[in-house]
Design a protein around this ligand. Structure first.
Ligand code: PMP
Length: 284
């Protein structure tokens, strides 16, 4: 694979980042994952906007402009002959000469920019046919989940808890209400009504979420953005998750309780189709 590090394209074996990098030492960095279909980027402007917001919230800046970031994405697609998969982008606060909790002076410490590709079949996914089983776990993450930081230890532990329980993923619960999945936004469906957590500091503002809610409204589905409990979720007709790399993925069981007949529901399947069709059309 050819990867990008701080202005240079090089083979992954030759790519290097300092041991003093604050991403490595403090999880002081932000990231984005953008999907690629037919060699084109899905919703790049949405990811670029959220990246800028994450950077602003942490008082960081990108070493290059968003137009250059787009060029780097496209170069990596070409250099790696990527037709379907993801591009991972990470910006950290750079590598000062010593480990120090205090932020380094941005005049002397440049941020670190890393991008790499990951080939993956996104459309023809077995999980989309069978649906996912999720468990519920406590949401013990920090209070600024709207910033897309690289601090992903608890979500990673959540996936391991799911795996140990024989499930595919975990939904996190805080004060009795579902916040989101470990790496995705969470939805339940009753009849024609879709319910998903409202935006705030408690969840990541999913780029896929924004697109899917718009498509749902355009398809005359009812959308309610509000907290829902895990008990309400277990009684729903169906459920699903969204993320850049899974699109819309049906959920068929929560804590061992099957939803509906235990197969992917019609609303989730329809939204998956619409999302893939529309975002493929708009890809750049
Ligand atoms: N919530 C969390 C916690 C996530 O990590 C992600 C994906 N990174 C999402 C939601 C979905 O966001 P997006 O649709 O932008 O991929």
């Amino acid at each position: 694979r050819t990867v990008y590090v701080n202005g240079t394209y090089l083979p992954e074996e030759e790519a290097k980042v300092s041991v003093f990098d604050r991403g490595f030492l403090f999880a002081d960095g932000v990231y984005e994952v953008t999907s690629v279909l037919d060699g084109k980027l899905i919703d790049f402007p949405g990811h670029a906007r959220r990246l800028q917001r994450s950077l602003d919230e942490l008082g960081m800046s990108s070493p290059v402009g968003m137009d250059v970031l787009l060029t780097i994405h496209r170069d990596l697609i070409a250099k790696n002959d990527l037709s379907e998969g993801m591009i991972y982008l990470q910006i950290t606060r750079g590598a000062p000469s010593d480990r120090d909790f205090v932020f380094p002076d941005p005049e002397t410490t440049q941020p670190t920019l890393v991008l790499f590709t990951q080939a993956k079949g996104l459309i023809d996914s077995p999980a989309a046919r069978t649906g996912l089983k999720v468990i519920s776990i406590d949401d013990i993450r920090w209070g600024r989940r709207d910033i897309k930081t690289v601090q992903l230890l608890y979500p990673s532990m959540g996936k391991m808890m799911a795996k140990a329980a024989g499930a595919d993923d975990a939904w996190m619960v805080e004060n009795g209400f579902v916040t989101e999945g470990t790496s995705n936004n969470a939805y339940i469906v009753s009849g024609n009504r879709i319910v998903t957590r409202n935006l705030g500091n408690e969840i990541l503002h999913g780029i896929t979420r924004a697109a899917v809610l718009q498509f749902a409204r355009e398809a005359q589905m009812e959308v309610e953005e509000r907290p829902f409990s895990i008990d309400e979720a277990k009684e729903a007709d169906e459920a699903f998750i969204t993320s850049a790399s899974t699109f819309v993925m049906p959920v068929v069981a929560i804590d061992g309780v099957s939803l509906g007949d235990g197969t992917p529901g019609p609303v989730a399947r329809r939204l998956r189709e619409i999302y893939i069709e529309q975002s493929r059309k708009a890809a750049i």
